[in-house]
Design a protein around this ligand. Structure first.
Ligand code: NDP
Length: 272
């Protein structure tokens, strides 16, 4: 019988994870079973326990269950501990449950490997201080940027991120740190999910090397449109991040790092 994996979220119908993992398995010459699980509020642990009795080997977690998955894990990677959120659970044969957070490493791999933009020595600005921003902190800092600034609507949330990495980043509200040019600007707010432009100053966009929208499947968001007017050399949405975080989970579970280029191309929507 094929090894059994799944993704849980609410809603889950839109999830691309089954397609991504089944494509990875096919290209690696492996057979797996991968299902979508519609999560029920307040029943995360019970549901996961139930699927584990059916042989579930690993689980990807999407909104709104990343904190429940964090609580469920019995051992955590550094990135998961810092993020306070888990997007990948691995059920080991000795009963331990490993919790990882691959969102940040997926983001950095998409930027440095797929888009071929080095973050080392760059001035980076990230908008937003939610779960995705928190997950991105350590992987971005590991690239040794020249400066790393975060602006957020609620300053206290950005300050908490700064404390989590012992002050290795600069934080402020909109209209403060974003009034100077940056090389790389990342939108880690949820604004683009509802077609809203985050209140970032246009002064940040003086011919940046890369403007990156973490949301995916939304086409030309107001944020990317603003970037287009600014003469950004490269623009991207988060589809590559999505596929790369899945590739990390697949590599952990299956022992092979899958080829991601074709999978990204198959899921990409035009940014114009
Ligand atoms: P969270 O809900 O954890 O955080 C949302 C962030 O957006 C907060 O910083 C919030 O600010 C800010 N925000 C929301 N509305 C506004 C507004 N009107 N003006 C200014 N700031 C606002 O979301 P996530 O971190 O989980 O997700 C963020 C983005 O990343 C989403 O677009 C999501 O789709 C994307 N994502 C992409 C992934 C991928 O694989 N490509 C994986 C995970 C996420 P405040 O603190 O003030 O509330």
């Amino acid at each position: 019988m094929s090894d059994f994996y799944a993704v849980i979220g609410r809603p889950i119908a839109h999830s691309k994870s089954p397609q991504i993992h089944l494509d990875f398995a096919k290209s690696a010459g492996q057979e797996i079973r991968y299902e979508k699980i519609e999560g029920e509020s307040g029943r995360f642990a019970e549901q996961v326990d139930e699927f584990r009795t059916q042989g579930l080997r690993g689980l990807n977690i999407t909104a709104p269950f990343k904190l429940d998955a964090f609580a469920y894990a019995t051992e955590l990677s550094d990135a998961a501990r810092l993020a306070g959120a888990v997007n990948c659970l691995t059920f080991k044969s000795d009963g331990t449950v490993r919790g990882d957070n691959f969102d940040g490493v997926g983001l950095v791999r998409d930027i440095t490997h797929n888009l071929k933009v080095a973050l080392e020595g760059k001035k980076i600005l990230m908008l937003g201080a939610g779960g995705a921003a928190r997950g991105a902190l350590l992987p971005i800092l590991a690239e040794k940027p020249a400066t790393f600034a975060i602006v957020n609507r609620t300053l206290a949330h950005a300050e908490a991120l700064c404390d989590a990495v012992d002050g290795q980043i600069d934080v402020g509200n909109y209209g403060t740190l974003d009034r100077q040019p940056y090389d790389v600007i990342l939108n880690a707010t949820s604004c683009s999910l509802t077609g809203v432009l985050p209140p970032v100053s246009s002064d940040a966009f003086s011919a940046p090397v890369l403007v990156y929208e973490l949301a995916y499947g939304k086409g030309l968001t107001p944020f990317l449109a603003l970037a287009g007017q600014s003469g950004a050399r490269a623009q991207a949405d988060g589809v590559g991040m999505l596929v790369e975080q899945a590739a990390e989970a697949f590599a952990l579970w299956r022992g092979v790092r899958p080829e991601t280029r074709k999978v990204i191309d198959a899921l990409a929507v035009p940014l114009s």
